[in-house]
Design a protein around this ligand. Structure first.
Ligand SMILES: [Zn+2]
Length: 175
């Protein structure tokens, strides 16, 4: 079964869980709850500024922030990053104990923010993705973005009540 990323690199899905045999996105109310939560969350974080850029520039200089291309962590506690800052995140994850926080989503998120905000960075030239060779499922390999126009259409058709009914809390976006 193939793995795919949708909208942002990072989170991966089993192709069969999110697409029909015809390559259409499955109706999200037919997806497993955990998958649905991520898919819906992706629509909220896609287009957001990179967290590390935001920590650097803040709301006052939001136009200097890159748009995030990569998402790690758990829904509502995710870390979103631009390509420039991904090596910092991967260094934190692999070399400074970030990986140990994987089971504690809010500590994971806060841990990276604190580390970065303290001025910590990956060493120059830390390569990031090409170092991933032994555990491809732990930290995903780069993949071409999958363009899924039907996802936004699907969500646009749902009102807040329907999203509530699916257990998706979109009021918590600033967490
Ligand atoms: Zn950035």
């Amino acid at each position: 079964m193939g793995k795919v990323s949708i909208a942002l690199r990072g989170w991966r899905f089993d192709e069969d869980d999110v697409f029909t045999d015809d390559g259409e996105l499955r109706p999200i109310d037919e997806m497993d709850e955990e998958i649905r939560e991520r898919i819906v969350r992706l629509t909220a974080v896609a287009g957001q500024p990179c967290d590390a850029c935001w920590l650097t520039y803040g709301d006052a200089n939001i136009e200097q922030c890159n748009v995030a291309r990569i998402v790690y962590g758990e829904p509502l506690h995710e870390v979103v990053l631009c390509a420039d800052h991904e090596p910092d995140f991967l260094y934190w994850f692999r070399e400074t104990g970030g990986e140990d926080l994987t089971d504690r989503p809010s500590a994971f998120e806060d841990g990276f923010y604190e580390w970065f905000d303290d001025g910590s960075r990956a060493p120059d030239g830390y390569g990031g993705m090409e170092y991933v060779t032994t555990e491809p499922d732990e930290v995903p390999n780069p993949q071409p973005d999958v363009d899924v126009p039907t996802l936004e259409e699907e969500l646009a058709e749902m009102d807040d009540e329907e999203l509530d009914a699916l257990g998706v809390d979109l009021s918590d976006l600033d967490v």
